[in-house]
Design a protein around this ligand. Structure first.
Ligand code: FAD
Length: 405
Protein backbone atom coordinates (compact mmCIF):
# COMPACT_ATOMS: atom_id res chain seq x y z
CA UNK A 1 0.00 0.00 0.00
CA UNK A 2 2.99 2.28 -0.24
CA UNK A 3 2.40 5.62 -1.93
CA UNK A 4 4.43 6.09 -5.14
CA UNK A 5 5.09 9.56 -6.53
CA UNK A 6 6.61 9.77 -10.01
CA UNK A 7 8.12 13.09 -11.12
CA UNK A 8 8.02 13.40 -14.90
CA UNK A 9 4.98 12.30 -16.93
CA UNK A 10 6.91 11.05 -19.94
CA UNK A 11 7.76 7.74 -21.53
CA UNK A 12 9.43 6.21 -18.45
CA UNK A 13 7.06 7.69 -15.85
CA UNK A 14 3.98 6.41 -17.59
CA UNK A 15 5.46 2.95 -18.24
CA UNK A 16 6.28 2.67 -14.54
CA UNK A 17 2.83 3.76 -13.36
CA UNK A 18 0.96 1.31 -15.58
CA UNK A 19 3.32 -1.56 -14.90
CA UNK A 20 2.91 -1.08 -11.15
CA UNK A 21 -0.85 -1.41 -11.54
CA UNK A 22 -0.59 -4.38 -13.90
CA UNK A 23 1.45 -6.35 -11.40
CA UNK A 24 -0.78 -5.58 -8.48
CA UNK A 25 0.54 -2.51 -6.68
CA UNK A 26 -2.39 -1.40 -4.52
CA UNK A 27 -1.20 1.91 -3.03
CA UNK A 28 -1.73 5.40 -4.49
CA UNK A 29 0.27 6.39 -7.59
CA UNK A 30 0.73 10.03 -8.60
CA UNK A 31 2.31 10.87 -11.96
CA UNK A 32 3.32 14.53 -11.96
CA UNK A 33 4.39 16.38 -15.12
CA UNK A 34 5.39 19.94 -15.82
CA UNK A 35 4.12 19.81 -19.40
CA UNK A 36 0.45 20.39 -20.11
CA UNK A 37 0.25 17.24 -22.24
CA UNK A 38 -0.44 13.75 -20.99
CA UNK A 39 2.51 11.39 -21.57
CA UNK A 40 3.43 11.20 -25.26
CA UNK A 41 5.98 9.63 -27.59
CA UNK A 42 8.76 11.95 -28.73
CA UNK A 43 10.28 10.08 -31.70
CA UNK A 44 7.62 11.29 -34.20
CA UNK A 45 8.45 14.91 -33.30
CA UNK A 46 11.47 14.75 -35.60
CA UNK A 47 9.72 12.43 -38.07
CA UNK A 48 6.05 12.12 -39.09
CA UNK A 49 4.64 14.70 -36.67
CA UNK A 50 6.92 17.35 -38.15
CA UNK A 51 5.84 16.51 -41.69
CA UNK A 52 2.19 16.68 -40.63
CA UNK A 53 1.57 13.01 -41.47
CA UNK A 54 0.80 12.15 -37.85
CA UNK A 55 -1.88 14.01 -35.87
CA UNK A 56 -1.17 15.22 -32.35
CA UNK A 57 -3.71 12.82 -30.83
CA UNK A 58 -1.69 9.90 -32.16
CA UNK A 59 1.32 10.96 -30.04
CA UNK A 60 -0.36 10.27 -26.71
CA UNK A 61 0.67 7.02 -25.12
CA UNK A 62 -2.72 6.19 -23.57
CA UNK A 63 -6.34 7.14 -24.18
CA UNK A 64 -7.48 10.01 -21.92
CA UNK A 65 -9.54 7.78 -19.61
CA UNK A 66 -6.81 5.20 -19.01
CA UNK A 67 -5.25 7.00 -16.03
CA UNK A 68 -8.50 7.22 -14.05
CA UNK A 69 -9.36 3.65 -14.94
CA UNK A 70 -6.01 2.44 -13.62
CA UNK A 71 -6.26 4.59 -10.51
CA UNK A 72 -3.29 6.74 -11.48
CA UNK A 73 -3.51 10.37 -10.42
CA UNK A 74 -2.21 12.36 -13.38
CA UNK A 75 -1.13 15.88 -12.41
CA UNK A 76 -0.21 18.02 -15.41
CA UNK A 77 1.28 21.48 -15.86
CA UNK A 78 2.83 21.35 -12.38
CA UNK A 79 6.62 21.29 -12.15
CA UNK A 80 7.99 19.69 -9.01
CA UNK A 81 10.20 22.35 -7.46
CA UNK A 82 11.80 20.55 -4.55
CA UNK A 83 12.20 17.33 -2.59
CA UNK A 84 11.97 17.34 1.19
CA UNK A 85 13.70 14.05 1.93
CA UNK A 86 13.31 14.24 5.70
CA UNK A 87 9.53 14.62 5.46
CA UNK A 88 9.24 12.38 2.37
CA UNK A 89 7.31 14.90 0.28
CA UNK A 90 7.74 16.76 -2.98
CA UNK A 91 6.80 20.38 -3.49
CA UNK A 92 4.79 21.43 -6.52
CA UNK A 93 4.65 24.83 -8.20
CA UNK A 94 1.28 26.58 -7.76
CA UNK A 95 -0.86 27.27 -4.72
CA UNK A 96 -3.44 24.53 -5.06
CA UNK A 97 -2.46 21.29 -3.29
CA UNK A 98 1.25 22.19 -3.34
CA UNK A 99 2.81 18.98 -1.99
CA UNK A 100 2.61 15.21 -2.25
CA UNK A 101 3.82 12.75 0.36
CA UNK A 102 5.58 9.63 -0.80
CA UNK A 103 6.88 6.35 0.48
CA UNK A 104 8.66 5.79 -2.83
CA UNK A 105 9.76 8.64 -5.07
CA UNK A 106 10.78 8.02 -8.69
CA UNK A 107 12.53 10.66 -10.76
CA UNK A 108 11.70 10.29 -14.46
CA UNK A 109 12.51 13.83 -15.49
CA UNK A 110 14.19 13.15 -18.85
CA UNK A 111 16.51 15.79 -20.25
CA UNK A 112 16.63 19.16 -21.98
CA UNK A 113 18.31 20.07 -25.24
CA UNK A 114 21.82 21.39 -24.83
CA UNK A 115 21.75 25.08 -25.73
CA UNK A 116 24.36 26.90 -27.79
CA UNK A 117 26.54 28.78 -25.32
CA UNK A 118 27.02 31.86 -27.45
CA UNK A 119 23.34 32.69 -28.01
CA UNK A 120 21.02 34.64 -25.75
CA UNK A 121 18.42 32.87 -23.62
CA UNK A 122 15.60 32.77 -24.67
CA UNK A 123 16.81 31.79 -28.10
CA UNK A 124 16.24 34.15 -31.03
CA UNK A 125 12.88 33.69 -32.82
CA UNK A 126 14.35 31.82 -35.77
CA UNK A 127 16.53 29.42 -33.77
CA UNK A 128 15.08 26.20 -32.40
CA UNK A 129 15.79 23.15 -30.31
CA UNK A 130 13.53 20.10 -30.27
CA UNK A 131 12.29 18.16 -27.26
CA UNK A 132 8.55 18.67 -26.88
CA UNK A 133 5.31 19.12 -28.80
CA UNK A 134 5.53 22.92 -28.49
CA UNK A 135 9.01 22.97 -30.07
CA UNK A 136 7.81 20.83 -32.98
CA UNK A 137 4.70 23.00 -33.51
CA UNK A 138 6.77 26.17 -33.63
CA UNK A 139 9.28 24.59 -35.99
CA UNK A 140 6.57 23.21 -38.26
CA UNK A 141 5.00 26.66 -38.56
CA UNK A 142 8.22 28.07 -39.97
CA UNK A 143 9.01 25.22 -42.37
CA UNK A 144 8.15 26.35 -45.91
CA UNK A 145 9.53 25.28 -49.29
CA UNK A 146 12.55 27.30 -50.37
CA UNK A 147 13.44 28.53 -46.89
CA UNK A 148 17.04 27.99 -45.85
CA UNK A 149 17.50 25.77 -42.79
CA UNK A 150 20.77 25.42 -40.95
CA UNK A 151 20.99 22.24 -38.87
CA UNK A 152 23.71 22.36 -36.22
CA UNK A 153 24.71 18.87 -35.09
CA UNK A 154 25.06 15.67 -37.05
CA UNK A 155 23.53 13.23 -34.57
CA UNK A 156 20.30 11.31 -35.17
CA UNK A 157 17.98 14.21 -34.36
CA UNK A 158 19.91 16.62 -36.60
CA UNK A 159 19.92 14.14 -39.47
CA UNK A 160 16.22 13.36 -39.08
CA UNK A 161 15.41 17.07 -39.10
CA UNK A 162 17.50 17.54 -42.23
CA UNK A 163 15.57 14.71 -43.93
CA UNK A 164 12.15 16.04 -42.92
CA UNK A 165 13.07 19.54 -44.06
CA UNK A 166 14.35 18.34 -47.44
CA UNK A 167 11.16 16.33 -47.96
CA UNK A 168 9.28 19.59 -47.46
CA UNK A 169 11.41 21.47 -49.97
CA UNK A 170 13.63 23.49 -47.65
CA UNK A 171 17.25 24.14 -48.57
CA UNK A 172 19.33 22.43 -45.88
CA UNK A 173 22.90 22.84 -44.69
CA UNK A 174 24.09 20.67 -41.82
CA UNK A 175 27.23 21.50 -39.88
CA UNK A 176 29.04 19.23 -37.47
CA UNK A 177 31.85 20.38 -35.24
CA UNK A 178 33.39 16.90 -34.81
CA UNK A 179 35.43 15.39 -37.66
CA UNK A 180 32.37 13.49 -38.88
CA UNK A 181 28.62 13.09 -38.42
CA UNK A 182 27.39 10.43 -35.94
CA UNK A 183 30.85 10.51 -34.34
CA UNK A 184 29.56 9.83 -30.83
CA UNK A 185 27.10 7.09 -31.70
CA UNK A 186 28.10 5.14 -34.81
CA UNK A 187 31.05 3.84 -36.79
CA UNK A 188 32.52 5.62 -39.81
CA UNK A 189 30.84 3.09 -42.14
CA UNK A 190 27.36 4.01 -40.85
CA UNK A 191 28.24 7.71 -41.02
CA UNK A 192 29.38 7.23 -44.65
CA UNK A 193 26.04 5.61 -45.50
CA UNK A 194 24.04 8.53 -44.08
CA UNK A 195 26.35 11.20 -45.49
CA UNK A 196 25.83 9.75 -48.95
CA UNK A 197 22.08 9.43 -48.41
CA UNK A 198 21.72 13.08 -47.37
CA UNK A 199 24.10 14.47 -49.94
CA UNK A 200 22.14 12.56 -52.60
CA UNK A 201 19.00 14.30 -51.35
CA UNK A 202 20.64 17.71 -51.72
CA UNK A 203 21.72 18.40 -48.13
CA UNK A 204 24.98 20.32 -47.91
CA UNK A 205 27.06 18.71 -45.13
CA UNK A 206 30.07 20.40 -43.54
CA UNK A 207 32.03 18.39 -40.98
CA UNK A 208 34.87 19.39 -38.66
CA UNK A 209 33.78 23.03 -38.56
CA UNK A 210 32.75 25.04 -35.51
CA UNK A 211 30.64 28.19 -35.35
CA UNK A 212 32.79 31.23 -34.66
CA UNK A 213 30.02 33.85 -34.67
CA UNK A 214 26.72 35.14 -35.98
CA UNK A 215 25.67 37.88 -38.40
CA UNK A 216 22.51 39.94 -38.28
CA UNK A 217 20.26 41.17 -35.45
CA UNK A 218 20.69 39.48 -32.06
CA UNK A 219 16.99 38.57 -32.01
CA UNK A 220 17.07 37.22 -35.56
CA UNK A 221 20.52 36.16 -36.77
CA UNK A 222 20.78 35.68 -40.52
CA UNK A 223 24.07 33.81 -40.90
CA UNK A 224 26.75 31.89 -39.04
CA UNK A 225 30.43 32.48 -39.56
CA UNK A 226 32.44 29.28 -39.32
CA UNK A 227 35.91 28.97 -37.83
CA UNK A 228 37.38 28.70 -41.34
CA UNK A 229 35.77 32.04 -42.30
CA UNK A 230 32.92 30.58 -44.40
CA UNK A 231 29.57 32.29 -43.93
CA UNK A 232 26.32 30.31 -44.15
CA UNK A 233 23.11 32.32 -44.48
CA UNK A 234 19.89 30.90 -43.09
CA UNK A 235 16.26 31.78 -42.49
CA UNK A 236 16.00 29.40 -39.55
CA UNK A 237 18.41 27.22 -37.62
CA UNK A 238 17.95 24.23 -35.38
CA UNK A 239 20.44 22.97 -32.82
CA UNK A 240 20.59 19.22 -32.23
CA UNK A 241 23.73 19.18 -30.11
CA UNK A 242 22.81 16.75 -27.39
CA UNK A 243 20.84 16.40 -24.22
CA UNK A 244 21.47 17.65 -20.70
CA UNK A 245 19.88 15.33 -18.12
CA UNK A 246 17.30 16.99 -15.85
CA UNK A 247 19.06 16.15 -12.58
CA UNK A 248 18.88 19.54 -10.83
CA UNK A 249 15.98 18.47 -8.59
CA UNK A 250 18.01 15.45 -7.46
CA UNK A 251 21.27 17.29 -6.94
CA UNK A 252 19.57 20.12 -5.02
CA UNK A 253 18.12 17.44 -2.73
CA UNK A 254 21.66 16.12 -2.13
CA UNK A 255 21.38 12.94 -4.20
CA UNK A 256 24.54 11.78 -5.95
CA UNK A 257 24.57 13.06 -9.52
CA UNK A 258 27.25 13.18 -12.17
CA UNK A 259 25.92 13.88 -15.65
CA UNK A 260 22.61 12.33 -14.59
CA UNK A 261 21.14 10.88 -11.40
CA UNK A 262 23.44 8.03 -10.37
CA UNK A 263 21.61 4.76 -9.82
CA UNK A 264 22.51 1.12 -9.35
CA UNK A 265 21.19 -1.90 -11.28
CA UNK A 266 17.83 -1.56 -9.50
CA UNK A 267 17.34 2.17 -10.18
CA UNK A 268 18.26 3.07 -6.58
CA UNK A 269 19.76 6.50 -5.94
CA UNK A 270 21.88 7.39 -2.92
CA UNK A 271 18.60 7.71 -0.91
CA UNK A 272 16.96 4.29 -0.40
CA UNK A 273 13.45 5.77 -0.87
CA UNK A 274 14.26 7.51 -4.17
CA UNK A 275 14.78 5.95 -7.61
CA UNK A 276 15.50 7.29 -11.10
CA UNK A 277 14.72 5.92 -14.55
CA UNK A 278 14.91 6.92 -18.22
CA UNK A 279 17.00 9.65 -19.82
CA UNK A 280 17.76 11.37 -16.48
CA UNK A 281 19.41 8.29 -14.92
CA UNK A 282 23.01 7.13 -15.23
CA UNK A 283 23.23 3.41 -14.63
CA UNK A 284 25.85 0.67 -14.54
CA UNK A 285 25.98 -1.32 -17.76
CA UNK A 286 28.71 -3.16 -19.55
CA UNK A 287 31.19 -2.18 -16.81
CA UNK A 288 30.53 1.56 -17.18
CA UNK A 289 28.13 4.22 -15.95
CA UNK A 290 25.87 5.18 -18.85
CA UNK A 291 22.83 7.16 -19.77
CA UNK A 292 20.82 5.52 -22.52
CA UNK A 293 18.57 7.91 -24.41
CA UNK A 294 15.99 5.66 -26.02
CA UNK A 295 12.35 4.70 -25.83
CA UNK A 296 13.29 1.08 -25.29
CA UNK A 297 15.44 1.90 -22.28
CA UNK A 298 12.88 4.30 -20.79
CA UNK A 299 10.24 1.55 -20.86
CA UNK A 300 12.46 -1.40 -19.98
CA UNK A 301 14.15 0.34 -17.06
CA UNK A 302 10.83 1.65 -15.73
CA UNK A 303 9.21 -1.79 -15.95
CA UNK A 304 12.22 -3.38 -14.30
CA UNK A 305 11.91 -0.90 -11.43
CA UNK A 306 8.17 -1.59 -11.07
CA UNK A 307 8.93 -5.32 -10.85
CA UNK A 308 11.60 -4.67 -8.24
CA UNK A 309 9.30 -2.48 -6.13
CA UNK A 310 6.64 -5.18 -6.05
CA UNK A 311 8.96 -8.22 -5.96
CA UNK A 312 12.40 -7.18 -4.63
CA UNK A 313 14.20 -10.41 -5.60
CA UNK A 314 14.59 -9.47 -9.30
CA UNK A 315 18.13 -9.48 -10.67
CA UNK A 316 19.91 -6.30 -11.77
CA UNK A 317 18.72 -4.50 -14.91
CA UNK A 318 20.52 -6.04 -17.89
CA UNK A 319 18.80 -4.79 -21.02
CA UNK A 320 19.49 -5.54 -24.64
CA UNK A 321 19.32 -1.96 -25.91
CA UNK A 322 17.82 -1.14 -29.29
CA UNK A 323 17.07 2.06 -31.15
CA UNK A 324 15.80 3.25 -34.49
CA UNK A 325 15.93 6.29 -36.76
CA UNK A 326 13.96 7.12 -39.92
CA UNK A 327 15.52 9.26 -42.62
CA UNK A 328 13.84 9.56 -46.07
CA UNK A 329 13.02 5.98 -47.06
CA UNK A 330 15.76 4.54 -44.87
CA UNK A 331 14.92 2.81 -41.63
CA UNK A 332 17.94 2.39 -39.39
CA UNK A 333 17.61 -0.16 -36.60
CA UNK A 334 20.33 -0.60 -34.01
CA UNK A 335 20.71 -3.59 -31.69
CA UNK A 336 23.17 -3.63 -28.81
CA UNK A 337 25.66 -1.04 -27.57
CA UNK A 338 28.76 -0.40 -29.65
CA UNK A 339 30.87 1.02 -26.80
CA UNK A 340 34.56 0.24 -27.08
CA UNK A 341 34.26 -1.56 -30.42
CA UNK A 342 37.53 -2.58 -32.02
CA UNK A 343 36.38 -3.58 -35.51
CA UNK A 344 33.42 -3.32 -37.86
CA UNK A 345 32.29 -5.68 -40.61
CA UNK A 346 29.91 -4.50 -43.33
CA UNK A 347 27.45 -6.90 -44.98
CA UNK A 348 25.12 -6.27 -47.85
CA UNK A 349 21.57 -7.43 -47.16
CA UNK A 350 19.41 -9.59 -49.38
CA UNK A 351 17.32 -6.65 -50.63
CA UNK A 352 18.77 -3.90 -52.78
CA UNK A 353 19.98 -0.95 -50.68
CA UNK A 354 20.02 -2.94 -47.46
CA UNK A 355 23.22 -2.94 -45.47
CA UNK A 356 24.38 -3.86 -41.98
CA UNK A 357 27.44 -2.85 -39.98
CA UNK A 358 28.46 -5.32 -37.28
CA UNK A 359 30.50 -4.13 -34.32
CA UNK A 360 33.03 -6.41 -32.62
CA UNK A 361 34.97 -5.84 -29.42
CA UNK A 362 38.02 -8.07 -29.39
CA UNK A 363 36.27 -10.54 -31.66
CA UNK A 364 32.96 -10.54 -29.74
CA UNK A 365 29.89 -9.23 -31.56
CA UNK A 366 28.37 -6.41 -29.48
CA UNK A 367 26.06 -4.41 -31.78
CA UNK A 368 24.66 -3.99 -35.27
CA UNK A 369 23.43 -1.00 -37.29
CA UNK A 370 20.96 -2.29 -39.88
CA UNK A 371 19.91 0.03 -42.72
CA UNK A 372 16.71 -1.12 -44.44
CA UNK A 373 17.66 -4.55 -43.22
CA UNK A 374 15.13 -5.75 -40.66
CA UNK A 375 16.42 -9.29 -41.06
CA UNK A 376 19.93 -8.45 -39.82
CA UNK A 377 18.45 -6.41 -36.97
CA UNK A 378 16.32 -9.38 -35.85
CA UNK A 379 19.27 -11.74 -36.10
CA UNK A 380 21.51 -9.39 -34.13
CA UNK A 381 18.90 -9.08 -31.38
CA UNK A 382 18.42 -12.82 -31.25
CA UNK A 383 22.16 -13.60 -31.18
CA UNK A 384 22.88 -10.94 -28.54
CA UNK A 385 20.06 -12.24 -26.33
CA UNK A 386 21.30 -15.82 -26.64
CA UNK A 387 24.97 -14.81 -26.50
CA UNK A 388 25.63 -16.56 -29.82
CA UNK A 389 28.81 -15.35 -31.40
CA UNK A 390 29.28 -15.12 -35.15
CA UNK A 391 32.95 -14.34 -35.82
CA UNK A 392 34.10 -11.33 -37.86
CA UNK A 393 35.30 -13.83 -40.50
CA UNK A 394 31.84 -15.38 -40.83
CA UNK A 395 30.20 -11.99 -41.15
CA UNK A 396 32.77 -10.81 -43.69
CA UNK A 397 32.09 -13.79 -45.98
CA UNK A 398 29.31 -12.84 -48.43
CA UNK A 399 28.67 -16.54 -49.11
CA UNK A 400 27.97 -17.32 -45.43
CA UNK A 401 24.26 -17.72 -44.68
CA UNK A 402 23.42 -16.13 -41.27
CA UNK A 403 20.06 -17.91 -41.21
CA UNK A 404 21.92 -21.21 -40.93
CA UNK A 405 23.81 -20.12 -37.79
P1 FAD B 1 10.78 12.17 -21.28
O1 FAD B 1 9.93 11.38 -22.21
O2 FAD B 1 11.47 13.37 -21.80
O3 FAD B 1 9.85 12.61 -20.04
C1 FAD B 1 10.33 13.39 -18.98
C2 FAD B 1 9.22 14.31 -18.53
O4 FAD B 1 9.56 14.86 -17.27
C3 FAD B 1 9.01 15.49 -19.46
O5 FAD B 1 7.66 15.62 -19.81
C4 FAD B 1 9.47 16.69 -18.61
O6 FAD B 1 8.78 17.87 -18.90
C5 FAD B 1 9.11 16.19 -17.22
N1 FAD B 1 9.81 16.90 -16.13
C6 FAD B 1 11.11 17.27 -16.08
N2 FAD B 1 11.39 17.91 -14.92
C7 FAD B 1 10.22 17.94 -14.21
C8 FAD B 1 9.85 18.47 -12.94
N3 FAD B 1 10.72 19.08 -12.15
N4 FAD B 1 8.56 18.34 -12.55
C9 FAD B 1 7.64 17.70 -13.32
N5 FAD B 1 7.94 17.19 -14.55
C10 FAD B 1 9.21 17.29 -14.97
N6 FAD B 1 14.30 7.33 -28.97
C11 FAD B 1 14.27 6.21 -29.71
O7 FAD B 1 14.42 5.11 -29.16
N7 FAD B 1 14.07 6.26 -31.06
C12 FAD B 1 13.89 7.44 -31.72
O8 FAD B 1 13.72 7.45 -32.94
C13 FAD B 1 13.89 8.64 -30.96
N8 FAD B 1 13.67 9.83 -31.54
C14 FAD B 1 13.59 10.96 -30.78
C15 FAD B 1 13.28 12.17 -31.39
C16 FAD B 1 13.18 13.34 -30.64
C17 FAD B 1 12.83 14.63 -31.32
C18 FAD B 1 13.40 13.30 -29.23
C19 FAD B 1 13.30 14.56 -28.41
C20 FAD B 1 13.72 12.09 -28.62
C21 FAD B 1 13.80 10.91 -29.37
N9 FAD B 1 14.10 9.70 -28.79
C22 FAD B 1 14.11 8.54 -29.55
C23 FAD B 1 14.44 9.61 -27.35
C24 FAD B 1 13.25 9.21 -26.48
O9 FAD B 1 12.11 9.98 -26.81
C25 FAD B 1 13.63 9.40 -25.02
O10 FAD B 1 14.71 8.56 -24.76
C26 FAD B 1 12.47 9.10 -24.06
O11 FAD B 1 11.41 9.99 -24.25
C27 FAD B 1 12.96 9.16 -22.62
O12 FAD B 1 11.88 9.01 -21.74
P2 FAD B 1 11.91 9.72 -20.31
O13 FAD B 1 10.60 9.37 -19.67
O14 FAD B 1 13.17 9.44 -19.63
O15 FAD B 1 11.92 11.29 -20.63
Amino acid sequence: DRSVVIVGAGQAGSALAFRLREIGHQGPIALIGEEIWPPYQRPPLSKKYLTGELERDRLFLKPAGAYDEAGIELVLGRPVTGIDRAARRVLLAGVDNPERRYDILVLATGGSPRLPEDLSDPLPDNIFTLRGIGDADRMRASFAPGRRLLVVGGGYIGLELAAVARLQGLEVTLIEQAPRILGRVACAETADYFRELHTGQGVMIREGVAIAGYRGPVQRPSAVVLADGTEISFDLAVFGIGLVPNDALASEAGLHCDGGVLVDGWGRTSDPGIFAVGDCARLPLDGRMLRIESVHNAIAQAEHLADYLVQPDVSAYAPLPWFWSDQYACKLQIAGLNLGYTSVVTRRGSKSGSLSNWYFRDGKMIACDAMNDARSFMLAKRWLAADRQPTPEMMADPAWNPASF
